[in-house]
Design a binder for this molecule. Structure first.
Ligand code: UDP
Ligand code: MG
Length: 310
């Protein structure tokens, strides 16, 4: 590693993680001690926890830790929490970690090394996932591959990133981006700049269940696609054309069959009508995803509400 480069802010979104509070603080202190020529700052964002996460942290933190706990008024989701971390930190760069200590110290060092060698954005990718081979991994990979193929952010890693280090100039751009339904990692990819990758082995979650529920994952997938790709609208358009073409062929076939007195005309028409209706309903659904997010952006509500900074 080369010379000191200022301050690195460690950003941790935390939702009902009071069991991990002691580990968060000790891991942060371990990081600091292991890179003595860098200044550190800790920003934990309590994403509307109901289990006393922020109390547990405030109890443990000391002024010399240079730490703050940003408390949301309710649960806004991890991407809103990470966004708040970027907005509330003062570092020359910021690294996101999770509250359940699933990242090894060596991964933190790899991030710092890439930053020090000039990267503006460092992707953290799990070479080994703690939930290996499960539906989670399948889900994450399918999404990242599709997203990579159809989105306007081709630098978004196919492997499915879990953490990110961003330089101050990337953060400044992110802090000025207003979208309500956000995948903050995709937004970071969108900024361009020099992007590098580090791979690490994800440690098992030491307690409790993942706070990242299926409903939240589905929402993130839809947010990511709608905010960064218009390709599904093209698919709908093409499906409409295909269905209309098929309908025309079936209609001609039905007319011919009726003329020659063959059976099955009615069934054929029912099939065509059902197919056409299906395509229309899907089209409306896809359109609805785009329109509702446009509505959210038009309303310009805050992405999160900070109740307290402790
Ligand atoms: N998280 C959050 N808000 C939520 C869900 C999760 O801030 O609504 C945080 C959580 O506390 C953790 C990080 O996001 O620090 C990743 O969540 P988790 O470790 O549960 O997910 P996984 O390891 O399964 O990706
Ligand atoms: Mg985790």
């Amino acid at each position: 590693m080369t010379s000191a480069q200022g301050t690195l802010s460690i950003i941790i979104p935390a939702y009902n993680e009071h069991e991990g509070a002691a580990e968060i603080v000790s891991f942060y202190r371990e990081i600091r001690a292991s890179v003595p020529d860098l200044e550190f700052e800790l920003v934990v964002v309590d994403d509307g926890s109901t289990d006393g996460t922020s109390d547990a942290l405030v109890e443990l933190l000391r002024p010399e830790d240079r730490a703050k706990v940003v408390v949301f008024s309710r649960n806004f989701g991890a991407h809103a929490a990470i966004s708040a971390g970027f907005a509330h930190c003062s570092g020359d760069a910021a690294l996101t970690l999770s509250a359940d200590r699933q990242e090894p110290l060596s991964a933190v060092h790899s991030f710092i090394e890439e930053w020090r060698s000039g990267a503006d954005l460092v992707w953290g990718l799990r070479a080994v996932r703690s939930s290996k081979g499960g539906s989670n991994e399948f889900f994450a990979r399918s999404f990242s591959t599709t997203f990579n193929a159809i989105s306007t952010v081709p630098t978004y890693p196919r492997e499915g990133p879990s953490h990110i280090l961003v330089s101050r100039r990337v953060m400044d751009v992110l802090n000025a981006m207003p979208e309500q339904n956000r995948n903050v990692l995709a937004m970071a990819a969108w900024t361009g700049f020099d992007q590098r990758r580090v791979y690490f082995e994800q440690l098992p979650r030491p307690y409790g269940e993942s706070r990242w529920t299926s409903a939240k994952k589905v929402k993130l997938v839809l947010d990511s696609i709608v905010e960064f790709s218009a390709v599904p609208l093209t698919w709908v358009l093409l499906a409409g054309f295909a269905m209309a073409g098929l309908g025309l062929v079936a209609l001609v076939a039905a007319l011919v069959m009726a003329l020659v007195g063959a059976q099955g005309t009615g069934l054929m028409l029912v099939g065509v009508v059902l197919g056409a209706v299906g395509v229309q309903v899907v089209a409306l659904g896809v359109l609805g995803q785009y329109v509702s997010r446009a509505g959210d952006d038009a309303r310009r509500r805050p992405v999160y509400i900070v109740q307290d900074v402790r």
